[in-house]
Design a protein. Structure first.
Length: 23
């Protein structure tokens, strides 16, 4: 369960970083 939460957080951060670069 902890691993799943960690993966979700990493994915969200990666998406925000990509959106920040694209923006």
């Amino acid at each position: 369960v902890v691993v799943v939460v960690a993966v979700v957080v990493v994915v969200i951060v990666a998406i925000e970083v990509l959106l920040g670069i694209m923006d």
